[in-house]
Design a protein around this ligand. Structure first.
Ligand SMILES: [Zn+2]
Length: 276
């Protein structure tokens, strides 16, 4: 057996490796645990978030960046999916506390950059990030993986859908093919039309979708034309883009916009303020 622990994956790395590697960017994959039609694993969002994070970190480290991928947070906001069998939901206020504790742990050890790699549409981090950055000297960047594949139109046949659809099915077929049931067993991911179109189609107007009312098979979007090769092409593009984020962030100097932190502002009336 040869020792193969990757120094940029915290779950695998030894203390000795971390002392030598000295990361300045932490990558936190964040998923959800929920039904994904009849054919995909409940861990689909976790698989996607971890796959993207680890591949981008590997490429960034090869280019000299100092990144470490933290263990994934497997639970997302799934309040509207609790009619299923064993879906787990996590409230936003719990997520905020998790994020705060992770960030504070990092800051105390000199890591002042954190990238959230999110793969669940129900997770929204902007306000949480602003709250944590009000108190702690850390820049938190949010990367929503499901929005990153700008080659999506070229790769996919079916453009509509956002859950267990051709996009997600292709990525999981690429990353963990043994966990995808034959596509003949999948539902078609069709959704119930809105009976209140002013609530669902007005620009700037939003309301949440109660999942069991929306879809019978839990999917949104037809997965039947998914292939592993489509997944490979989509993921490659996301990895390329996230790698660039990690490389720039790791090389950045504090004060270089947008790596400007409110906690670094001098207090009003301080000598640093008066000398300006
Ligand atoms: Zn998903």
């Amino acid at each position: 057996m040869t020792y193969q622990a990757r120094p940029y994956v915290l779950h695998e790395a030894s203390y000795r490796q971390m002392l030598d590697h000295k990361p300045n960017v932490a990558v936190l994959p964040w998923g959800a645990t929920e039904a994904h039609n009849y054919h995909l694993p409940h861990g689909t969002d976790v698989i996607e978030a971890v796959g993207l994070s680890e591949q981008a970190a590997a490429a960034a480290v090869a280019r000299g960046a100092k990144c470490v991928v933290l263990p994934v947070i497997p639970f997302g906001i799934d309040h509207a999916q609790l009619n299923q069998v064993a879906t787990i939901t996590m409230r936003a206020r719990t997520q905020a506390l998790v994020l705060r504790d992770v960030a504070e742990s990092l800051v105390r050890q000199g890591i002042d950059r954190l990238v959230l790699v999110n793969f669940h549409g129900g997770n929204e981090f902007k306000s949480m990030v602003r709250d944590v950055m009000l108190d702690l000297p850390i820049l938190i960047v949010v990367a929503n993986g499901f929005q990153m594949a700008d080659n999506r139109k070229d790769v996919l046949d079916e453009q509509k859908g956002d859950h267990a659809d051709e996009f997600e099915t292709s990525i999981v077929m690429h990353l963990t093919p043994d966990w995808v049931a034959p596509l003949s067993t999948a539902g078609d991911g069709s959704t119930r039309p809105s009976e209140l179109p002013a609530l669902t189609s007005t620009p700037g107007v939003w309301c949440t979708r109660h999942w069991p009312a929306l879809t019978a098979d839990t999917g949104v979007g037809n997965p039947r034309r998914a292939t592993a090769d489509k997944g490979r092409r989509l993921l490659a593009r996301m990895v390329e883009l996230l790698t660039e984020v990690l490389v720039q962030l790791s090389a950045a100097k504090r004060g270089q916009f947008p790596f400007v932190l409110a906690v670094d502002d001098p207090a009003p009336g301080s000598s640093a303020m008066q000398s300006k």
